[in-house]
Write a protein that binds this ligand. Structure first.
Ligand code: UD1
Length: 353
Protein backbone atom coordinates (compact mmCIF):
# COMPACT_ATOMS: atom_id res chain seq x y z
CA UNK A 1 0.00 0.00 0.00
CA UNK A 2 1.17 3.50 -0.79
CA UNK A 3 -0.05 6.48 1.28
CA UNK A 4 0.76 10.02 0.27
CA UNK A 5 0.51 12.57 3.11
CA UNK A 6 0.17 16.26 2.35
CA UNK A 7 1.24 18.64 5.13
CA UNK A 8 2.24 22.28 5.25
CA UNK A 9 1.69 23.92 8.63
CA UNK A 10 3.20 23.35 12.06
CA UNK A 11 0.43 21.30 13.73
CA UNK A 12 0.36 19.00 10.72
CA UNK A 13 4.01 18.07 11.19
CA UNK A 14 3.20 16.96 14.74
CA UNK A 15 0.31 14.78 13.48
CA UNK A 16 2.46 13.45 10.65
CA UNK A 17 5.10 12.03 13.00
CA UNK A 18 3.09 9.15 14.54
CA UNK A 19 1.51 8.36 11.16
CA UNK A 20 4.95 8.13 9.56
CA UNK A 21 6.27 5.88 12.32
CA UNK A 22 3.19 3.63 12.18
CA UNK A 23 3.40 3.42 8.37
CA UNK A 24 7.07 2.44 8.55
CA UNK A 25 6.37 -0.17 11.22
CA UNK A 26 3.63 -1.70 9.03
CA UNK A 27 5.87 -1.77 5.93
CA UNK A 28 3.69 0.80 4.14
CA UNK A 29 5.18 3.03 1.45
CA UNK A 30 4.70 6.57 2.79
CA UNK A 31 5.34 9.60 0.58
CA UNK A 32 5.48 12.97 2.37
CA UNK A 33 4.60 16.14 0.46
CA UNK A 34 5.31 19.49 2.19
CA UNK A 35 3.42 22.35 0.56
CA UNK A 36 5.75 24.99 2.05
CA UNK A 37 2.89 26.89 3.75
CA UNK A 38 5.16 27.16 6.80
CA UNK A 39 8.81 27.71 5.93
CA UNK A 40 10.48 29.28 8.99
CA UNK A 41 12.84 26.64 10.44
CA UNK A 42 11.20 26.96 13.88
CA UNK A 43 7.77 26.30 12.36
CA UNK A 44 8.90 23.51 10.07
CA UNK A 45 12.37 21.89 10.02
CA UNK A 46 12.67 21.43 13.80
CA UNK A 47 9.56 19.24 13.79
CA UNK A 48 10.87 16.97 11.03
CA UNK A 49 14.19 16.68 12.91
CA UNK A 50 12.97 16.33 16.51
CA UNK A 51 10.10 13.99 15.76
CA UNK A 52 12.25 11.67 13.63
CA UNK A 53 10.34 12.17 10.38
CA UNK A 54 13.33 12.89 8.15
CA UNK A 55 13.06 15.18 5.12
CA UNK A 56 9.86 15.39 3.04
CA UNK A 57 9.97 13.56 -0.29
CA UNK A 58 8.51 16.52 -2.17
CA UNK A 59 8.59 20.21 -1.20
CA UNK A 60 6.31 22.55 -3.15
CA UNK A 61 7.78 25.77 -1.70
CA UNK A 62 4.48 27.62 -1.92
CA UNK A 63 5.04 30.06 1.00
CA UNK A 64 2.68 32.74 2.31
CA UNK A 65 -0.08 34.61 0.50
CA UNK A 66 -3.78 35.44 0.67
CA UNK A 67 -6.05 32.40 1.05
CA UNK A 68 -6.85 32.20 -2.65
CA UNK A 69 -3.30 32.75 -3.85
CA UNK A 70 -1.79 30.29 -1.38
CA UNK A 71 -4.43 27.58 -1.87
CA UNK A 72 -4.40 28.03 -5.64
CA UNK A 73 -0.62 27.69 -5.86
CA UNK A 74 -0.82 24.41 -3.95
CA UNK A 75 -3.61 23.12 -6.19
CA UNK A 76 -1.65 23.96 -9.31
CA UNK A 77 1.41 22.11 -8.03
CA UNK A 78 -0.27 18.99 -6.62
CA UNK A 79 -1.71 17.44 -9.80
CA UNK A 80 1.71 16.53 -11.13
CA UNK A 81 2.82 15.14 -7.77
CA UNK A 82 -0.25 12.91 -7.40
CA UNK A 83 0.09 11.82 -11.00
CA UNK A 84 3.71 10.81 -10.50
CA UNK A 85 3.13 8.85 -7.27
CA UNK A 86 -0.40 7.47 -7.90
CA UNK A 87 -0.94 6.54 -4.23
CA UNK A 88 -3.67 4.24 -2.89
CA UNK A 89 -4.62 7.04 -0.50
CA UNK A 90 -4.03 10.74 -0.21
CA UNK A 91 -4.06 11.54 3.51
CA UNK A 92 -4.78 15.12 4.61
CA UNK A 93 -4.55 16.52 8.12
CA UNK A 94 -6.65 18.99 10.10
CA UNK A 95 -7.96 22.23 8.66
CA UNK A 96 -5.35 24.40 6.97
CA UNK A 97 -5.19 25.73 3.43
CA UNK A 98 -2.81 22.84 2.66
CA UNK A 99 -5.57 20.41 3.73
CA UNK A 100 -8.29 21.79 1.48
CA UNK A 101 -5.95 22.19 -1.51
CA UNK A 102 -4.81 18.58 -1.36
CA UNK A 103 -8.38 17.37 -0.79
CA UNK A 104 -9.67 19.13 -3.87
CA UNK A 105 -6.77 17.99 -6.00
CA UNK A 106 -7.17 14.33 -4.92
CA UNK A 107 -10.93 14.12 -5.59
CA UNK A 108 -10.53 15.76 -8.98
CA UNK A 109 -7.97 13.09 -9.86
CA UNK A 110 -10.17 10.25 -8.49
CA UNK A 111 -7.57 9.27 -5.90
CA UNK A 112 -9.11 7.95 -2.65
CA UNK A 113 -8.94 10.68 -0.01
CA UNK A 114 -8.78 10.20 3.76
CA UNK A 115 -9.16 13.08 6.22
CA UNK A 116 -7.39 12.79 9.54
CA UNK A 117 -8.97 14.82 12.38
CA UNK A 118 -12.31 14.80 10.58
CA UNK A 119 -15.53 16.08 12.12
CA UNK A 120 -14.23 18.96 14.25
CA UNK A 121 -16.51 21.96 14.19
CA UNK A 122 -16.41 25.43 15.73
CA UNK A 123 -19.65 26.45 13.97
CA UNK A 124 -17.96 29.80 13.41
CA UNK A 125 -18.11 30.42 9.69
CA UNK A 126 -15.75 33.37 9.89
CA UNK A 127 -12.81 31.06 10.67
CA UNK A 128 -10.81 29.97 7.61
CA UNK A 129 -10.22 26.64 9.36
CA UNK A 130 -13.98 25.99 9.56
CA UNK A 131 -14.38 26.37 5.78
CA UNK A 132 -11.39 24.14 5.21
CA UNK A 133 -12.53 21.33 7.47
CA UNK A 134 -16.17 21.28 6.33
CA UNK A 135 -15.19 21.21 2.65
CA UNK A 136 -12.54 18.56 3.22
CA UNK A 137 -14.91 16.31 5.17
CA UNK A 138 -17.53 16.46 2.44
CA UNK A 139 -14.95 15.74 -0.26
CA UNK A 140 -13.26 12.81 1.47
CA UNK A 141 -13.92 9.09 1.01
CA UNK A 142 -12.84 8.18 4.53
CA UNK A 143 -13.27 10.32 7.63
CA UNK A 144 -10.90 9.50 10.49
CA UNK A 145 -12.48 11.10 13.54
CA UNK A 146 -10.51 11.82 16.72
CA UNK A 147 -13.45 11.87 19.17
CA UNK A 148 -17.05 10.73 19.61
CA UNK A 149 -18.16 14.38 19.39
CA UNK A 150 -16.53 14.58 15.94
CA UNK A 151 -18.31 11.36 14.91
CA UNK A 152 -21.61 12.89 16.04
CA UNK A 153 -21.03 16.01 13.93
CA UNK A 154 -20.30 13.92 10.84
CA UNK A 155 -23.36 11.76 11.47
CA UNK A 156 -25.56 14.86 11.63
CA UNK A 157 -24.11 15.96 8.27
CA UNK A 158 -25.03 12.62 6.67
CA UNK A 159 -21.46 11.29 6.58
CA UNK A 160 -21.73 8.42 9.09
CA UNK A 161 -21.08 5.67 6.54
CA UNK A 162 -17.67 7.16 5.69
CA UNK A 163 -16.65 7.79 9.31
CA UNK A 164 -14.43 5.79 11.66
CA UNK A 165 -13.43 6.76 15.20
CA UNK A 166 -9.66 6.25 15.47
CA UNK A 167 -8.66 8.52 18.38
CA UNK A 168 -6.39 11.55 18.33
CA UNK A 169 -2.90 11.19 16.84
CA UNK A 170 -1.64 14.25 18.75
CA UNK A 171 -2.17 12.19 21.89
CA UNK A 172 0.21 9.56 20.48
CA UNK A 173 3.03 12.12 20.11
CA UNK A 174 2.30 13.86 23.37
CA UNK A 175 2.43 10.69 25.44
CA UNK A 176 5.66 9.55 23.76
CA UNK A 177 7.30 12.97 24.22
CA UNK A 178 6.18 13.46 27.81
CA UNK A 179 7.98 10.28 28.78
CA UNK A 180 11.27 11.90 27.69
CA UNK A 181 10.81 15.53 28.69
CA UNK A 182 13.16 16.95 31.32
CA UNK A 183 13.56 20.64 32.16
CA UNK A 184 12.13 23.61 30.28
CA UNK A 185 14.76 25.69 28.51
CA UNK A 186 12.74 28.79 29.46
CA UNK A 187 13.51 28.51 33.19
CA UNK A 188 17.27 29.10 32.89
CA UNK A 189 17.05 31.33 29.84
CA UNK A 190 14.51 33.77 31.28
CA UNK A 191 15.25 33.27 34.99
CA UNK A 192 11.75 31.94 35.68
CA UNK A 193 10.73 29.66 38.55
CA UNK A 194 8.84 26.41 38.03
CA UNK A 195 5.07 27.06 38.14
CA UNK A 196 5.52 30.82 38.34
CA UNK A 197 4.74 31.92 34.80
CA UNK A 198 2.05 31.52 32.16
CA UNK A 199 2.83 30.22 28.70
CA UNK A 200 0.94 32.01 25.91
CA UNK A 201 0.49 31.60 22.15
CA UNK A 202 -1.72 33.84 20.02
CA UNK A 203 -1.78 33.50 16.24
CA UNK A 204 -5.32 33.27 14.87
CA UNK A 205 -6.54 35.88 12.43
CA UNK A 206 -9.44 36.82 14.78
CA UNK A 207 -6.91 37.81 17.46
CA UNK A 208 -4.05 39.24 15.42
CA UNK A 209 -5.41 41.04 12.39
CA UNK A 210 -7.31 43.89 14.08
CA UNK A 211 -4.95 46.35 15.84
CA UNK A 212 -7.40 47.13 18.67
CA UNK A 213 -8.00 43.46 19.37
CA UNK A 214 -4.29 42.65 19.40
CA UNK A 215 -3.53 45.64 21.67
CA UNK A 216 -6.27 44.58 24.12
CA UNK A 217 -4.85 41.07 24.33
CA UNK A 218 -1.23 42.18 24.69
CA UNK A 219 -2.11 44.71 27.40
CA UNK A 220 -4.22 42.10 29.20
CA UNK A 221 -1.42 39.51 29.17
CA UNK A 222 1.12 42.11 30.35
CA UNK A 223 -0.99 42.83 33.44
CA UNK A 224 -1.51 39.26 34.76
CA UNK A 225 -0.40 38.22 38.24
CA UNK A 226 2.61 36.27 36.91
CA UNK A 227 5.08 36.78 34.06
CA UNK A 228 3.76 35.60 30.69
CA UNK A 229 6.02 34.08 28.04
CA UNK A 230 4.45 34.68 24.63
CA UNK A 231 5.76 32.18 22.07
CA UNK A 232 5.32 34.52 19.16
CA UNK A 233 4.29 33.01 15.81
CA UNK A 234 5.70 35.02 12.84
CA UNK A 235 2.17 36.18 12.07
CA UNK A 236 1.79 37.95 15.43
CA UNK A 237 5.30 39.39 15.17
CA UNK A 238 4.53 40.76 11.69
CA UNK A 239 1.16 42.21 12.72
CA UNK A 240 2.51 43.77 15.94
CA UNK A 241 5.36 45.42 14.00
CA UNK A 242 2.94 46.75 11.39
CA UNK A 243 0.63 48.23 14.06
CA UNK A 244 3.44 49.55 16.32
CA UNK A 245 2.39 47.22 19.16
CA UNK A 246 5.17 46.24 21.60
CA UNK A 247 5.00 42.53 22.49
CA UNK A 248 7.40 42.82 25.44
CA UNK A 249 6.00 45.04 28.19
CA UNK A 250 4.92 44.74 31.83
CA UNK A 251 5.04 41.05 32.72
CA UNK A 252 4.92 39.99 29.07
CA UNK A 253 8.03 38.56 27.42
CA UNK A 254 7.94 37.78 23.67
CA UNK A 255 9.99 34.69 22.79
CA UNK A 256 10.62 32.76 19.57
CA UNK A 257 8.44 29.65 19.01
CA UNK A 258 9.76 26.46 20.63
CA UNK A 259 10.54 23.05 19.21
CA UNK A 260 7.97 20.41 20.17
CA UNK A 261 9.77 18.77 23.15
CA UNK A 262 10.65 22.23 24.51
CA UNK A 263 7.04 23.33 24.18
CA UNK A 264 5.84 20.32 26.18
CA UNK A 265 8.47 20.95 28.86
CA UNK A 266 7.50 24.64 29.01
CA UNK A 267 3.79 23.84 29.35
CA UNK A 268 4.55 21.39 32.15
CA UNK A 269 6.69 23.99 33.96
CA UNK A 270 4.05 26.72 33.67
CA UNK A 271 1.19 27.78 35.94
CA UNK A 272 -1.11 27.46 32.93
CA UNK A 273 -1.33 28.10 29.23
CA UNK A 274 -3.21 30.92 27.53
CA UNK A 275 -3.73 30.20 23.86
CA UNK A 276 -5.83 30.29 20.73
CA UNK A 277 -4.17 27.15 19.36
CA UNK A 278 -6.21 23.97 19.02
CA UNK A 279 -3.31 21.62 19.67
CA UNK A 280 -2.12 23.38 22.82
CA UNK A 281 -5.59 23.19 24.41
CA UNK A 282 -5.45 19.43 24.13
CA UNK A 283 -1.79 19.17 25.11
CA UNK A 284 -2.50 21.15 28.30
CA UNK A 285 -5.42 18.84 29.09
CA UNK A 286 -3.32 15.71 28.61
CA UNK A 287 -0.51 17.17 30.73
CA UNK A 288 -2.87 18.25 33.54
CA UNK A 289 -2.11 21.94 33.00
CA UNK A 290 -4.83 24.61 33.19
CA UNK A 291 -5.74 26.13 29.84
CA UNK A 292 -7.39 29.46 29.07
CA UNK A 293 -8.54 29.67 25.46
CA UNK A 294 -8.70 33.10 23.87
CA UNK A 295 -11.64 32.37 21.61
CA UNK A 296 -15.42 32.42 21.73
CA UNK A 297 -15.71 28.70 20.95
CA UNK A 298 -13.54 25.61 20.75
CA UNK A 299 -13.60 22.42 18.72
CA UNK A 300 -12.10 20.53 21.68
CA UNK A 301 -15.22 20.76 23.84
CA UNK A 302 -14.17 17.83 26.07
CA UNK A 303 -11.40 19.97 27.63
CA UNK A 304 -14.02 22.53 28.69
CA UNK A 305 -16.55 19.96 29.89
CA UNK A 306 -13.95 18.32 32.13
CA UNK A 307 -12.95 21.67 33.66
CA UNK A 308 -9.40 22.01 32.31
CA UNK A 309 -10.17 24.65 29.70
CA UNK A 310 -12.09 27.92 29.93
CA UNK A 311 -13.04 30.16 27.02
CA UNK A 312 -12.10 33.77 27.73
CA UNK A 313 -12.35 36.52 25.18
CA UNK A 314 -11.79 39.83 26.97
CA UNK A 315 -8.73 40.86 29.03
CA UNK A 316 -10.84 40.64 32.21
CA UNK A 317 -12.10 37.15 31.39
CA UNK A 318 -8.57 36.00 30.62
CA UNK A 319 -7.26 37.28 33.97
CA UNK A 320 -10.09 35.60 35.91
CA UNK A 321 -9.68 32.32 34.03
CA UNK A 322 -5.88 32.18 34.32
CA UNK A 323 -6.03 32.49 38.13
CA UNK A 324 -8.73 29.86 38.70
CA UNK A 325 -8.04 26.73 40.78
CA UNK A 326 -7.25 23.28 39.35
CA UNK A 327 -10.40 21.16 38.70
CA UNK A 328 -11.05 17.75 40.21
CA UNK A 329 -9.24 14.83 38.55
CA UNK A 330 -11.15 12.78 35.97
CA UNK A 331 -10.60 9.29 34.62
CA UNK A 332 -12.07 10.15 31.22
CA UNK A 333 -9.74 9.85 28.21
CA UNK A 334 -11.69 11.48 25.36
CA UNK A 335 -8.65 11.66 23.09
CA UNK A 336 -7.80 7.99 22.94
CA UNK A 337 -5.06 5.73 24.19
CA UNK A 338 -1.98 6.97 22.30
CA UNK A 339 -2.30 4.35 19.53
CA UNK A 340 -4.46 6.26 17.05
CA UNK A 341 -1.84 6.28 14.28
CA UNK A 342 -1.55 2.49 14.22
CA UNK A 343 -5.34 2.34 13.90
CA UNK A 344 -5.25 4.83 11.01
CA UNK A 345 -2.79 2.71 9.05
CA UNK A 346 -4.83 -0.46 9.71
CA UNK A 347 -8.07 1.25 8.65
CA UNK A 348 -6.49 2.56 5.42
CA UNK A 349 -5.20 -0.92 4.59
CA UNK A 350 -8.62 -2.50 5.26
CA UNK A 351 -10.65 0.11 3.38
CA UNK A 352 -8.44 -0.35 0.34
CA UNK A 353 -9.25 -4.04 0.04
C1 UD1 B 1 -2.01 28.33 9.69
C2 UD1 B 1 -3.39 27.68 9.64
C3 UD1 B 1 -3.95 27.56 11.06
C4 UD1 B 1 -2.97 26.86 11.98
C5 UD1 B 1 -1.64 27.58 11.91
C6 UD1 B 1 -0.61 26.90 12.78
C7 UD1 B 1 -4.68 28.20 7.60
C8 UD1 B 1 -5.84 28.95 7.05
N1 UD1 B 1 -4.34 28.48 8.88
O1 UD1 B 1 -2.18 29.66 10.16
O2 UD1 B 1 -5.14 26.81 11.02
O3 UD1 B 1 -3.47 26.88 13.30
O4 UD1 B 1 -1.19 27.58 10.55
O5 UD1 B 1 0.50 27.72 12.98
O6 UD1 B 1 -4.10 27.39 6.90
N2 UD1 B 1 4.55 33.29 8.28
C9 UD1 B 1 5.92 33.38 8.38
N3 UD1 B 1 6.66 32.23 8.28
C10 UD1 B 1 6.10 31.03 8.08
C11 UD1 B 1 4.69 30.94 7.98
C12 UD1 B 1 3.93 32.09 8.09
O7 UD1 B 1 6.49 34.45 8.54
O8 UD1 B 1 6.82 30.02 8.03
C13 UD1 B 1 3.74 34.53 8.45
C14 UD1 B 1 3.47 35.24 7.15
O9 UD1 B 1 3.41 36.61 7.44
C15 UD1 B 1 2.09 34.72 6.76
C16 UD1 B 1 1.43 34.60 8.12
O10 UD1 B 1 2.48 34.18 9.00
O11 UD1 B 1 1.40 35.56 5.90
C17 UD1 B 1 0.28 33.64 8.15
O12 UD1 B 1 0.70 32.34 7.72
P1 UD1 B 1 -0.35 31.30 7.11
O13 UD1 B 1 0.34 30.07 6.72
O14 UD1 B 1 -1.19 32.00 6.09
O15 UD1 B 1 -1.34 31.02 8.31
P2 UD1 B 1 -1.06 30.76 9.87
O16 UD1 B 1 -1.46 31.98 10.60
O17 UD1 B 1 0.30 30.24 10.14
Amino acid sequence: MKILSVVGARPQFVKLAPIHHAAKAAGVDHVIVHTGQHYDPMLSDVFFDDLGIGAPDVHLGVGSGSHGVQTGAMLAALDAVFDEHRPDWVLVYGDTNSTVAAALSAVKMHIPLAHLEAGLRSFNRRMPEEHNRVMTDHAADLLLAPTQVAVDHLTREGLADRTILVGDVMTDVLLATRAEVLTSVLLAELGLAQGEFYLATIHRAENTDDPQRLEELVEGLAGLDRPVVLLAHPRVVAKAAAYGIDLTRGGLIAHAPLAYPDLIAAALASAGVITDSGGLQKEAFLLGVLCTTVRTETEWVETVRLGWNVLANTAGEIAAAAMRPIPPASEEAPYGDGHAAERVIAVLADARG
